[in-house]
Design a protein around this ligand. Structure first.
Ligand SMILES: NC(=O)c1ccc[n+]([C@@H]2O[C@H](COP(=O)([O-])OP(=O)(O)OC[C@H]3O[C@@H](n4cnc5c(N)ncnc54)[C@H](OP(=O)(O)O)[C@@H]3O)[C@@H](O)[C@H]2O)c1
Length: 324
């Protein structure tokens, strides 16, 4: 009996210590530490020109805000998207606000796949070889179908939407990262690969393809982090950003709340998390609590919460559609 009591006390102490450690590390990550983003603001030998950040899907939403936030920190920016007119408009806006910086535009439809699409990615990344690139933000992604709708049961999801979501959210980021890594490693200095995940990765009903592809993004990011570490590239940071709902994006213009920040606040918060030492981290403390709680919930409770979240979002979209 005595030995069981000692064992129980030991397990209790370890559990309590881990719990306290997790609480302190949460407080440290969100309230005490400073971002290490400026580690990536280093110059090419022979040049004092600011370094470059490449941001995919930066003609709108969170990607556009990443561009603004990094420009504020004096990074030159490569903007990527599918719509040349929209991209040039964003470039002009950025140039007006930050005339001392340079901005380039690359156009590639991320929903395309196959040898032609892959060689197009190689071509556009080759056209950036003259730049001192220190940051890649894999931001492009969508939960939307080709017709703009979001929710569908798998048997009702058109086959072309399955390919659309897999190409945009998984194939493109994989091929693009493969091509850009050579630029990031070429200078031997610190480099950052930041990839956008989604809390949908817990498995959201009627969002099976989106959930699966976002799971791909975070598994890819986690594995890449380990790959860099094992190869001894300790100055290459690979960070996944776990994302809950964000407003001020193409498909959501609602009022922001604590749990649903606008895209500018979200991009700022994600940049604040750089260098935190995690493999995947939520950008804001409020979404961080939700992420930890949903991960720790018993399955039955998690099922109910995810179902409620989807229902609420469906209703919000219906209300917004009626208003429009
Ligand atoms: N907003 C949220 O609540 C939320 C939640 C979880 C995760 N995320 C993730 O956050 C990231 C950004 O989402 P967001 O809400 O900011 O999206 P968004 O407002 O729809 O912006 C997406 C960006 O990607 C571009 N894009 C879309 N389809 C493309 C294509 N086929 N080829 C090239 N570029 C394309 C868009 O270009 P156009 O300007 O031409 O449309 C735009 O620049 C995504 O990875 C998403 O999964 C967002």
């Amino acid at each position: 009996m005595h030995i069981y009591l000692i064992l129980l006390a030991l397990i209790g102490t370890i559990w309590a210590s881990l719990f306290i450690y997790k609480i302190f590390s949460f407080i440290y990550i969100y309230f005490l530490r400073r971002s290490k983003i400026l580690v990536y603001h280093h110059h090419h030998h022979n040049s004092s020109a600011p370094p470059w950040a490449i941001i995919t899907g930066s003609s709108d939403g969170i990607g556009k805000q990443y561009a603004y936030e990094l420009a504020k920190l004096n990074f030159n920016i490569v903007l990527h998207g599918r719509n040349a007119t929209k991209l040039h408009h964003v470039r002009t806006e950025l140039h007006d606000s930050f005339p001392h910086l340079s901005f380039r535009v690359i156009v590639a439809d991320a929903s395309k796949s196959g040898p032609e699409a892959t060689s197009h990615i190689k071509e556009i990344v080759d056209s950036l070889r003259d730049l001192h690139v220190t940051i890649l933000i894999n931001n492009v992604g969508t939960g939307g179908h080709i017709d703009g709708s979001v929710y569908s049961e798998i048997q009702d999801t058109p086959t072309e939407d399955i390919d659309h979501l897999i190409n945009l959210n998984a194939r493109f980021p994989a091929h693009f990262t493969r091509a850009v890594v050579s630029l990031l490693l070429s200078h031997g200095g610190p480099a950052l690969i930041l990839t956008m995940g989604s809390m949908a990765e817990f498995g959201m009903p009627q969002l099976s393809l989106y959930s699966a592809t976002k799971c791909f993004d975070m598994a890819f990011s986690r594995a890449l982090r380990m790959e860099m570490m094992l190869a001894g590239r300790k100055n290459v940071e690979v960070l996944g950003i776990m994302t809950g709902s964000v407003t001020g994006v193409t498909h959501n213009e609602s009022q922001s709340t604590l749990l649903m920040p606008d895209s500018a606040a979200f991009a700022r918060a994600a940049i604040e998390r750089v260098g935190c030492g995690e493999d995947v981290v939520a950008a804001t403390w409020a979404q961080g609590i939700v992420y930890k709680m949903v991960g720790a919930m018993p399955l039955a409770l998690r099922d109910r919460s995810l179902e409620a979240g989807v229902k609420e979002d469906m209703e919000m979209r219906e209300r917004n559609a009626k208003k429009a």
